[in-house]
Design a protein around this ligand. Structure first.
Ligand SMILES: Cc1cc2nc3c(=O)[nH]c(=O)nc-3n(C[C@H](O)[C@H](O)[C@H](O)COP(=O)(O)OP(=O)(O)OC[C@H]3O[C@@H](n4cnc5c(N)ncnc54)[C@H](O)[C@@H]3O)c2cc1C
Length: 467
């Protein structure tokens, strides 16, 4: 009996990839509901050869997860296709926020912490120095906004954290758990009383065994900030798929799992046409989607899985003739307190040049999708909102040469307060009932591409450790 991987996004493809290191390919199956593998990672090329990224566009080389992806990229022989943004480039250094009708550059160096930079009312260094004096508050979990407000003051929470959470998960920092982004800082407070002490302790004790690769060395040497590939980020899932094909695994596309049944030592997965008996299931689909497949047999587990909700995002890619960005940078984010219907705009061509033209991506919705777009029925309405704000904020009044509107339904899970405890309960349930399933993907251990690849690798390793 073999194993089945559910979902052909980058999580599912990398799960199957790591499985090939341990199992014979003939015992690995992969089902993908849609007509292609790659999931949300999709790089469209328009008729002029310009790349529009539908969702994910760049990867960070830092952290354990970043180093792991670099090692994977190298193993897949994709190193020569990598294109990077150096830390010294404007796209890495200049991040803007739109507050009170104006764009403001966020502090980007140690020196800028000593200056008063609007919209902040005083030099940020004072917030960091005062953190040492803020008493510890014993809590199990809280919103990232509350935590940062408490430790560093409300301006940092409003102008740094609010837009950051919009940019990373299209979420509301007042509802997203501190563990989503600042789990380490939160642990420092809970263990050492304040963050400064925790950081110092960590500085002297850290010993991280990062996955090594020549690409990681290169990224460190050249000081990469982020990277992608010459033909867009979809190069990565495409190559994973090619690799799987080359060893004899053909992902079954248009194959949607509709129901899962567990028995003592096996699982039966049903799709629209047939059923498959396997010894273990690796689910990489959204928690909410998995909930529906197991509800008959495990209603309590289904309720837990169902509680991790995802939001919709509208993405509008715009291609303009010539270079129109007057103030090059990564792009700008809009804090929710500004009450605008856009989350932010990415200046794609400031990171990766494309024939001297300008490519921008406007992100909208997320946590506020229903508030602003409940009545929208046509792509053109999203396009008009995007153009309106491009013209108002960036003073770009030209007509785009081409554009693409994508409405991504349930595309980013929200790690609400209590998320960590929910994931623990899900894992406890699975181990108590000895269900032959491993869960990875975006809903559990991080929403970024690096996170889901590392989570895939760990799931596979844990499965073989427990055999
Ligand atoms: C707008 C946006 C911007 C982003 N930007 C970045 C970024 O710049 N950098 C970054 O690191 N990350 C970014 N991300 C996150 C990144 O896209 C995700 O981490 C990644 O795509 C998750 O891959 P996945 O395989 O876990 O999920 P998915 O891509 O959702 O793949 C899951 C697959 O499972 C299939 N499936 C679902 N149900 C079933 C079923 N019942 N049976 C069979 N198959 C099923 C789906 O069709 C899908 O193909 C962004 C995400 C969004 C939405």
């Amino acid at each position: 009996m073999g194993v089945l991987v559910l979902g052909g996004g980058v999580s599912g493809l990398s799960t199957a990839y790591y499985l090939t290191k341990k199992l014979h390919p003939t015992s690995i199956y992969l089902w993908e509901a849609s007509e292609r593998c790659g999931g949300w990672i999709r790089s469209h090329r328009n008729e002029k050869g310009i790349i529009f990224e539908q969702a994910a566009r760049t990867l960070r080389p830092k952290s354990e997860a970043g180093a792991n992806t670099l090692a994977l990229v190298e193993e897949l022989q994709l190193s020569k296709d990598v294109c990077c943004v150096l830390s010294s480039s404007p796209a890495a250094k200049k991040r803007l926020i739109y507050v009170n009708g104006q764009l403001h550059a966020l502090p980007s160096s140690i020196f800028s912490l000593f200056k008063k930079i609007p919209p902040f009312s005083k030099p940020l260094i004072t917030n960091f120095l005062n953190e040492y004096k803020v008493p510890k508050k014993q809590v199990k979990d809280e919103s990232i906004h509350d935590f940062i407000s408490r430790r560093f003051g409300h301006e940092i929470a409003d102008y740094l954290i609010n837009p950051l959470i919009c940019g990373i998960c299209a979420g509301n920092a007042k509802e997203v758990s501190v563990n989503f982004l600042a789990g380490q800082l939160f642990e420092y407070e809970q263990s050492y009383g304040n963050i400064s002490k925790g950081l110092l302790y960590n500085l002297f004790t850290k010993n991280k065994g990062l996955p090594q690769s020549s690409l990681l060395d290169k990224a460190k040497r050249e000081k990469w900030n982020v990277y992608s590939f010459k033909n867009g980020l979809e190069t990565l899932p495409r190559r994973l798929n090619e690799y799987l094909n080359s060893v004899g695994i053909l992902p079954a596309i248009n194959t949607q799992c509709e129901k899962i049944e567990f028995s003592k030592n096996e699982v039966i997965a049903h799709n629209q046409n047939s059923s498959l008996k396997i010894k273990h299931l690796f689910s990489t689909i959204l928690s909410e989607q998995l909930a529906k497949l197991i509800v008959d047999q495990h209603p309590k587990l289904s309720v837990l899985l169902e509680s991790i909700k995802s939001v919709n995002v509208a993405v509008v890619n715009l291609h303009f003739k010539g270079e129109l960005i007057k103030n090059p940078g990564f792009g700008f984010l809009v804090p929710p307190q500004e009450n605008l219907p856009i989350l932010g705009v990415i200046f794609d061509t400031c990171s990766f040049e494309q024939n001297g033209d300008t490519v921008l991506t406007v992100m909208m919705g997320g946590h506020w999708f229903q508030k602003y777009f409940a009545n929208f029925e046509q792509d053109e309405q999203f396009y008009n909102v995007a153009l309106n704000y491009i013209s108002k904020i960036l003073n770009i009044h030209e007509e785009p040469i081409s554009h693409k509107v994508s409405i991504l339904e349930k595309c980013i899970p929200q790690y609400s307060i209590g998320h960590k405890a929910t994931v623990e309960s899900i894992n406890n349930y699975i181990s108590t009932f000895r269900l032959p399933i491993s869960i990875c993907g975006m809903s559990f251990q991080g929403v970024g591409v690096n996170d889901v690849i590392l989570s895939a690798k760990k799931s596979v390793n844990n499965f073989f450790k427990n055999q």
